[in-house]
Ligand binder design. Structure first.
Ligand SMILES: [Zn+2]
Length: 233
């Protein structure tokens, strides 16, 4: 709650203008700047997520979402051992990027609307726009893993990363485990950010917010996995 200094009305944390007298309650955030926000998501996530809520323009959400699609697409290719079907890494890469871009928007919107509907069911107070903004920005660690970890994985393990005979874990255990470990950390960090974002935006208990995020992600992932297994590899 923010108490208006002019008329003492209590306002929502994400409010910029007092609902009663129209005075400014906090600094205006017209836009979200990419690099400072990325850093803030690592350094002080709660401050960063509040900034996302207050911002007038929810910049970069669709951009971050594209990386989410690509991360998921390569995770599916890995889970389905797609490398066994390919003899050239380039084709697998192109397929991964193509499917990732195709999946990104429906996946992101599915996650936002699913999480928003459940949050509302548990009497969440946030708007769809703010759910969209916090979920989008919570993808920061996944974006970082696609930009920094995925290229190293592809360069060091190549097609081997996606095969079972032998698997990357058998051939390069140290490289595989450390890079896959970084991916796991990125996913956990994103889940933490998403739950914190839903907790702040909807004024829900953190544990409930976390369960909502996990539930929606598991349902979406299972659906996409089944679709991918039926249509791709
Ligand atoms: Zn006021």
């Amino acid at each position: 709650m923010i108490t208006c200094l002019v008329c003492s009305t209590k306002n929502d944390d994400a409010a910029v203008i007092c609902s009663s007298c129209g005075s400014y309650l906090q600094e205006r955030v017209p836009n979200l700047d990419f690099f400072p926000m990325i850093w803030k998501m690592i350094e002080s996530p709660r401050v960063a997520l509040r900034r996302v809520l207050v911002a007038e323009h929810k910049n970069y959400v669709l951009f971050l979402n594209l990386f989410f699609g690509i991360a998921l697409s390569f995770a599916l290719l890995w889970l389905r051992h797609a490398g066994n079907e390919f003899d050239n890494l380039i084709y697998l890469l192109l397929l991964g990027i193509f499917i990732g871009l195709l999946l990104a928007y429906p996946l992101g919107m599915g996650a936002v609307y699913g999480i928003h509907a459940l949050a509302k069911l548990f009497s969440g107070k946030g708007t769809v726009r703010n759910t969209y903004a916090v979920i989008g920005w919570s993808l920061t660690p996944i974006m970082l893993s696609v930009v920094f970890v995925l290229p190293i994985e592809l360069a060091s393990m190549g097609l081997l990363l996606f095969t079972t005979n032998p698997s990357a874990l058998e051939v390069k255990p140290a490289v595989f485990s450390s890079l896959a470990g970084l991916d796991v950390i990125a996913v956990l960090w994103s889940v933490y950010l998403a739950a914190t974002g839903v907790h702040i935006a909807h004024k829900l208990n953190f544990v409930w917010a976390l369960l909502i995020v996990l539930f929606v992600m598991i349902v979406l992932f299972s659906g996409i996995y089944a679709l991918f297994a039926a249509l791709v590899v």
